[in-house]
Design a protein. Structure first.
Length: 225
């Protein structure tokens, strides 16, 4: 394992035969990132991603379905269907981002997620539940290719490990808040309706955050090129 294709005497993937320049990571990439509003827009939007997915669904979806009269096995199938369509959505997301940019596809993902979450409390039949699972599953992890690519564009590919790592940390904070918060709201109201409605609204807020991202690069070296 080496840090550069040059050290092996080969071209990087997509190389055109010229000399490949490998940028070393910045000494303090997070100082640059945290001083820029773009980082916080990405971090907060990805925190909402965690809030509206793993923290909410993997903790509370089956309980919500059982309370609405669905058998546990039906809810397990629903969650499994989300996982299957998730793979398709993630691959398709990369294709979309390569051809149409990252910002607007990411905004659309959050919009669809928000609308679907606010409709979930009104899903009453197995057919509706499976249709919801397909729609929701397609945009579950589809946010990751767009968010990670935006991080690389804004802060430099050489810094993506550190910067995106902290953005993922924000995702996990959001997931933890949803896991606890949805349970707390359920203890107050006796159902998950308010939790899903609130999560849906947060997803729409994430849409607004993403729309306000700008395409200019925040990495000083790349700005100078």
């Amino acid at each position: 394992m080496v840090d550069s294709p040059n050290l092996k005497g080969i071209q990087p993937y997509g190389g055109n035969g010229g000399v490949a320049t490998v940028m070393p990571p910045d000494t303090h990439p997070m100082r640059i990132a945290m001083a820029n509003p773009q980082f916080w827009l990405l971090a907060f939007s990805f925190a909402i991603c965690g809030f509206t997915t793993s923290g909410l669904f993997q903790t509370h979806l089956i309980s919500h379905g059982v309370e609405h009269g669905f058998p546990e096995m039906t809810m397990a199938v629903s969650l499994g269907l989300m996982g299957a369509t998730d793979m398709i959505g993630t691959i398709f997301s990369g294709w979309l981002c390569d051809r149409f940019g990252k910002r607007w596809p990411l905004a659309i993902y959050y919009s669809l997620r928000g609308i679907s979450l606010m409709l979930l409390p009104y899903v009453e039949s197995t057919e509706q539940l499976m249709a919801f699972s397909v729609v929701y599953g397609l945009n579950w992890l589809s946010t990751i290719p767009a968010t990670s690519a935006l991080t690389a564009d804004l802060f430099g590919k050489q810094n993506i490990g550190v910067v995106f790592g902290w953005i993922c940390f924000a995702h996990q904070i959001g997931a933890a808040l949803a896991s606890y918060g949805a349970g707390y709201l359920h203890s107050l109201t006796g159902n998950y309706t308010l939790a899903f409605m609130t999560s849906g609204l947060f997803a729409l807020v994430a849409t607004g955050l993403v729309v306000n991202l700008r395409a200019e690069n925040c990495d000083p070296y790349l700005k100078s090129q």
